[in-house]
Design a binder for this molecule. Structure first.
Ligand code: LRH
Ligand code: MN
Ligand code: MN
Length: 392
């Protein structure tokens, strides 16, 4: 029988120690579908409480040292105070997400709008986000655009692409120093006929014209069913343009379920290509979650998520690269596939639990959270938690 410690070598554990997964502040707020948002006891009432909850995830797993904010959902009077609160809780403020999808003015577009005044309003919002970044010390401005059209003929797709590039250029020019712009794509929703940034190719075409610090964000839930996402990962890494991941999982559309829940094998294949392409533990490729916990406990949902990423990373690191390469070169199809699958089927959980304990972390972070009393405390203290933002 294999002892847990023999499954993961010191070299692999050394790699795993470098893992950092950013949590989304909105995962801690109430969320739901367009049919119903279920309120949960203990839900944060403000961004400070969201950060406190995120810090629990990091305290128990040492995997989540930063938290992404969404503006205006996470607007506060003083970002210096929020930054200090995060630091006091052992985490940092991370990516700043802009939001041009909840304002009546943006009904027919924001950065692509026909009206220059509305485009400028959307550009100004991004300037305000950059001001926030300057206060929080954030590196990345993440832009996801809800822009598109519902009916053929409704919009001048070509003109919108040109205006988008012009708007992005203005935003990019406002960034300073090490700051980056990451442009997220999504194949549909809320627009159903055409979307202005529907795929990685469009995002790449747009950011490639901006400059070195403009990259693509790959949200795993934003592809048509059946898409080979790991191929896209490979290609963007090859082009040096994979800036960040929004991890989540899905059965149907943009379900925003716990990463690795719907298709663990897909997560393994993605992480394998990240490692193969030099994107692992590489500061240029940020790992983030973009999820909602509609019916499950939010803090536990986030703990489960980062553990899923850690487990699947460990398995991907287990792939015997030399054996795989030899089988590929010799055209041994089944041997190559077997090397791949051997790693995927290795249960790394006992070894990870043992390793966690050796580092002073709980072997079972989920159980440790439940035993900590934190959930009971927030349920007693907090009344009237906020929605994640969707209903706002
Ligand atoms: C859009 C998206 C994008 C938003 C987030 C709340 O579907 O993935 O990243 O900022 O959801
Ligand atoms: Mn996303
Ligand atoms: Mn999404």
């Amino acid at each position: 029988m294999t002892t847990p410690s023999s499954v993961l070598s010191d070299e692999i554990l050394g790699q795993l120690e470098k893992q950092a997964i950013e949590l989304p502040s909105w995962a801690f707020g109430n969320s739901g579908t367009r049919f119903k948002v279920f309120a949960t006891a203990g839900t944060p009432r403000d961004p400070f409480e969201k950060i406190s909850d995120a810090a629990q995830v990091n305290r128990l797993t040492a995997l989540a040292p930063s938290v992404a904010l969404h503006i205006p959902w996470d607007l506060v009077d003083s970002f210096d105070d929020l930054r200090k609160h995060a630091e006091d809780n052992g985490v940092a403020l991370g990516t700043i997400n802009s939001n041009t999808f909840q304002d009546d003015d943006y009904k027919f577009g924001a950065l692509t709008h026909e009206d220059a005044a509305i485009r400028q309003k959307a550009i100004d919002h991004h300037f305000a986000c950059i001001d926030v970044m300057n206060a929080t010390g954030s590196r990345d401005l993440k832009i996801w655009l809800a822009e598109g059209s519902n009916y053929p003929g409704q919009a001048d797709m070509r003109g919108r692409q040109d205006r988008l590039n012009d708007s992005l250029q203005k935003i990019y020019e406002r960034l300073s120093g090490e700051q980056r712009l990451v442009l997220e794509y999504k194949f549909f929703e809320p627009a159903f006929y055409h979307t202005d940034v529907p795929d990685w190719g469009t995002s790449y075409a747009q950011v490639a014209t901006l400059g070195e610090r403009a990259m693509v964000c790959l949200d795993t839930g934003h592809h048509a069913p059946g898409t080979n996402i790991e191929f896209i990962v490979m290609q963007l890494l090859r082009l040096g343009k994979l800036g960040s991941f929004d991890f989540n999982s899905r059965f149907y559309a943009d379900d925003d379920l716990i990463v690795g829940a719907a298709d663990p094998f897909q997560l393994f294949r993605i992480l394998f290509e990240v490692i193969r392409g030099g994107g692992y533990a590489n500061p240029d490729v940020a790992f983030m979650l973009d999820q909602c916990h509609n019916v499950e406990n939010k803090i536990l949902g986030q703990i489960r998520s980062v553990l899923n990423v850690q487990e699947m990373t460990a398995r991907a690191l287990l792939v015997d690269q030399d054996a795989l390469r030899a089988a590929q070169v010799s055209g041994d199809v089944l041997a190559a596939n077997a090397v791949f699958m051997d790693a995927f089927y290795t249960d790394v959980r006992p070894a990870l639990a043992q390793w966690r304990e050796s580092r002073g972390l709980p072997a079972d972070p989920m159980a440790a959270y439940l035993a900590s009393g934190y959930q009971e405390r927030i349920e007693a203290e907090r009344v009237g938690g906020v929605q994640a933002g969707w209903g706002a």
